[in-house]
Design a binder for this molecule. Structure first.
Ligand SMILES: NC(=O)C1=CN([C@@H]2O[C@H](COP(=O)(O)OP(=O)(O)OC[C@H]3O[C@@H](n4cnc5c(N)ncnc54)[C@H](OP(=O)(O)O)[C@@H]3O)[C@@H](O)[C@H]2O)C=CC1
Ligand SMILES: O=C(O)CCC(=O)C(=O)O
Length: 451
């Protein structure tokens, strides 16, 4: 590898990564963006190159893959695959969510775990990074089927996790219901009540504001970016994708701040409500999605608004875009459409929702663009606060947790500015987040010897 020329170093490193991890496209994408941001910094700070920190960081400390057998309500047997990627524990125990979705594979979990390491570092809380889940699809399953699956999954996972080892939480397809079933099984197997999961119910060890944290935090981050330009969310038209946990609370915080959310989506299509999704309509979405687990199309029927079948929200005119569904949901073409329509703020509630092309278009356009590892870090940050409350056997109030969340998001924003500000005063938040997240983990790895 060429240790003198940043562009050549980047190319060499990506070739090395691809040769070692063939066909893991999402993982290549996530690492490529980070290496591009870091290359110049690494060339100027060769001790990280000499210690082969990046080579070590892209190799998970441990990957666990396992069989998850379960039976449906008719007694038919199904076999899914479970995963946990324990990526890096340099600054704390592995921490990160579980995703249940039929599309998952090892590449997706490695990209998510790699992003999680840098994200958790940015929160300033002592958490390493991990991610896991299964190709199980909770959609269309009864509560009893989901419980049997979760019990089977947690039975194997319980051997690998613990309150000081690895603390999973929710992600796509895993919310309070699933965390409850897994926590219950873990407790039964270990005969101990510990904070081994976060995102727990409020009556049994959960933290206030954890459900809200990712969506709220994303909007707090967008507000901080706007503040740098003497602007705010107030009066802005906001396009939001997804209609799950992150999207719902992003809508709620945009409303709190005087903005107008106009879209939501799911994997079947997008609703466009030009009058704005108000609090009453948001309550409808929460019942639709969290209660009876319906489709977003039903919103269009209820409120007589446009429904774009099989389309994403990015063709709608907006000032701010908050992608809150899944990875690679904004293509290069979508980015062109957003920019052409005057969108000038993108804050990623989801993990890596912008493709490699889209990300570069946003950076070249010089808009306010916050990558997921910075903008959506509020979720795992409040998970960290849940761990603290569990250890101390106390519960903070809603206001206390929200205030701490706000402070963490402001600090992450300022850290990105510190490492990502250009000579003309503009900020490359991608570069800022990647360098800041990296430095703390890299220094800790060096301090701990060759591990
Ligand atoms: N929950 C958290 O605390 C955090 C979540 N994130 C990230 O935020 C994103 C959303 O997570 P969360 O809200 O928790 O998950 P949910 O399962 O609650 O919601 C996911 C939403 O995204 C949609 N979606 C999922 N997959 C696809 C797809 N392939 N194409 C189109 N739409 C899709 C879902 O639609 P449908 O119902 O049709 O599947 C649903 O509306 C993810 O990227 C996650 O990694 C990041 C930080 C923390
Ligand atoms: O709260 C957590 O531990 C995990 C959140 C998460 O999965 C994420 O930040 O992507």
């Amino acid at each position: 590898m060429n240790f003198r020329d940043p562009a050549q170093y980047t190319e060499d490193f990506i070739s090395y990564l691809k040769a070692k991890n063939p066909r893991e496209n999402e993982f290549h994408q996530a690492v490529s963006v980070v290496v591009e941001s870091l290359a110049e910094f690494l060339v100027k700070n060769p001790r990280y190159l000499q210690a082969k920190i990046l080579e070590r960081m892209v190799e998970p400390e441990r990957v666990i893959m396992f069989r998850v057998p379960w039976s449906d309500d008719l007694g038919n047997i199904h076999v899914n695959r479970g995963y946990r990627v324990e990526m890096n524990s340099a600054i704390g125990p592995y921490k990160g969510g579980l995703r249940f979705h039929p599309s998952v594979n090892l590449s997706i979990f490695k990209f998510l775990a790699f992003e999680q390491v840098l994200k958790n570092s940015l929160t300033s809380l002592p958490m390493g990074g991990g991610k896991g889940g299964s190709d199980f699809d909770p959609k269309g399953k009864s509560d009893n089927e989901v419980m049997r699956f979760c019990q089977s999954f947690a039975t194997e996972l319980s051997r690998h996790i613990g309150p000081n080892t690895d603390i999973p939480a929710g992600d796509i397809g895993v919310g309070g219901r699933e965390v409850g079933f897994m926590f219950g099984q873990y407790k039964r197997l270990r005969n101990e009540f510990t904070g081994v999961f976060t995102g727990k119910g409020i009556e049994w060890g959960g933290s206030l504001i954890r459900p809200e944290a990712t969506g709220y935090g994303t909007v707090y981050f967008a507000e901080e970016m706007l503040k740098m330009r003497g602007d705010s969310i107030k009066g802005k038209t906001v396009a939001i994708s997804g209609s799950g946990n992150v999207a719902q609370y992003a809508v709620e915080k945009v409303l709190d701040m005087g903005g107008k959310p106009v879209t939501l989506s799911d994997s079947n299509g997008t609703i466009y409500d030009p009058e704005g999704i108000d609090r009453k309509k948001l309550e409808y979405v929460k019942i639709l999605k969290n209660g009876y687990r319906g489709r977003i199309k039903e919103y269009a029927e209820e409120y007589n608004v446009t429904y774009f079948e099989n389309q994403r929200p990015w063709s709608v005119k907006c000032d701010v875009a908050l992608p809150c569904a899944t990875q690679n949901e904004i293509s290069g073409e979508d980015a062109d459409t957003l920019l052409g329509n005057g969108c000038f703020v993108v804050a990623e509630g989801a993990n890596m929702p912008s493709t490699y092309e889209a990300k570069h278009k946003f950076l070249e356009a010089g808009i306010l663009y916050a990558p997921g590892k910075a903008a959506n870090a509020g979720g795992v940050a409040v998970s960290g606060l849940e761990m603290t409350q569990n250890s101390m056997r106390i519960n903070w109030t809603r206001e206390e947790v929200d205030q701490k969340l706000k402070t963490i998001m402001v600090n992450i924003h300022n850290t990105c500015v510190k490492y990502g500000q250009n000579p003309d005063g503009s900020v490359n938040y991608v570069k800022g987040a990647n360098i800041a997240g990296f430095v703390k983990v890299a220094n800790s790895m060096i301090a701990q010897g060759l591990v």
